[in-house]
Write a protein that binds this ligand. Structure first.
Ligand SMILES: Nc1ncnc2c1ncn2[C@@H]1O[C@H](COP(=O)(O)OP(=O)(O)OP(=O)(O)O)[C@@H](O)[C@H]1O
Length: 258
């Protein structure tokens, strides 16, 4: 169970996330929605540790992660899509994913130097990396240097790297942003598959309400950094606070919030 307790951050005089208390259960995909500037990405940054909270706590499985750096939170099971700037741009797609698989594996099974185990691990890690690359529909590009990938493929690679970490909690921030109509379904299908694993907790910041409707088990709404609605999708979308503060007339007209 992931939980935030009274989580807040202040930038000068502006409270970007304001006392958000919320628990996210395994097996649930929660969409976090709200108008531009509502604090959604900032809330993600506070959970993943990219940003230090002014007050409040982040707990995972009862362990208090508040104050710990992002890398420790990742090891604890919080997985957030990598920024591609963290990658080795000259290495291929497969090599980058293999390094992520290896980092996860080494963290869990570090053992002494034994050439047989190094070789056999290498083979297994490469197979696992290749399976992940396949699952994000990047098999045709597996040997291409990351620096040469078009935008849509970079987004797929971000998801591949996240999968390589095998986290307990998957955090997606607009995972299909900038993707073409043809490419987005690959990512959505992957998220659907992750959701089928009832042990995982998935958080999704998403502006596209058709995606939210399709994937979310629950929606929480942030406005001005505060949690203003929380519940089943149909109920939250229909609630006056959301209709008024967020969706308005545009959502029903255009399928996307202002
Ligand atoms: N590092 C920062 N320094 C100062 N202000 C910040 C910082 N990060 C975010 N903010 C402010 O905090 C508020 C919340 O921003 P945030 O990006 O979290 O909103 P959001 O809901 O994710 O918006 P969007 O949907 O447009 O991505 C905004 O007013 C933003 O300008």
């Amino acid at each position: 169970m992931l939980e935030t307790r009274d989580l807040s951050v202040r930038f000068g005089g502006h409270v970007a996330v304001d006392g958000v208390s919320c628990a996210f259960a395994p097996g649930t995909l929660t969409a976090i929605v709200g108008p531009n500037g509502a604090g959604k990405t900032t809330y993600f940054n506070l959970i993943s540790g990219q940003l230090k909270a002014s007050s409040g706590q982040v707990l995972l499985g009862g362990r208090d992660l508040s104050g710990l750096p992002a890398s420790t939170r990742t090891r604890a099971g919080l997985g957030r899509a990598f920024q591609l700037t963290n990658l080795f741009p000259g290495l291929s797609v497969l090599e980058n994913v293999r390094l992520a698989v290896q980092a996860t594996h080494d963290g869990r099974h570090r053992r002494g130097l034994n050439l047989w185990s190094v070789w056999s691990d290498h083979r297994q890690l490469t197979e696992r990396a290749a399976a992940i690359v396949d699952s994000v529909a990047l098999a045709a590009r597996r040997d291409a240097p990351v620096s040469s990938l078009p935008h849509g493929d970079q987004r797929k690679l971000e998801v591949a790297l996240l999968m390589a970490l095998e986290p307990q909690v998957y955090m997606f921030d607009e995972p299909t942003a900038g993707m073409s109509h043809d490419e987005a379904p690959v990512i959505l299908e992957l998220i659907r598959k992750l959701k089928a694993d009832r042990a995982k907790t998935i958080l999704l910041v998403e502006h596209k309400m058709d995606v939210v409707r399709e994937l979310a088990d629950r929606i929480i709404v942030l406005t001005n950094g505060q949690l203003v609605a929380d519940g089943a999708p149909a109920e939250v979308i229909a609630s006056p606070v959301v209709q008024q503060a967020y969706l308005g007339v545009r959502e029903s007209a255009a399928g996307e919030p202002a």
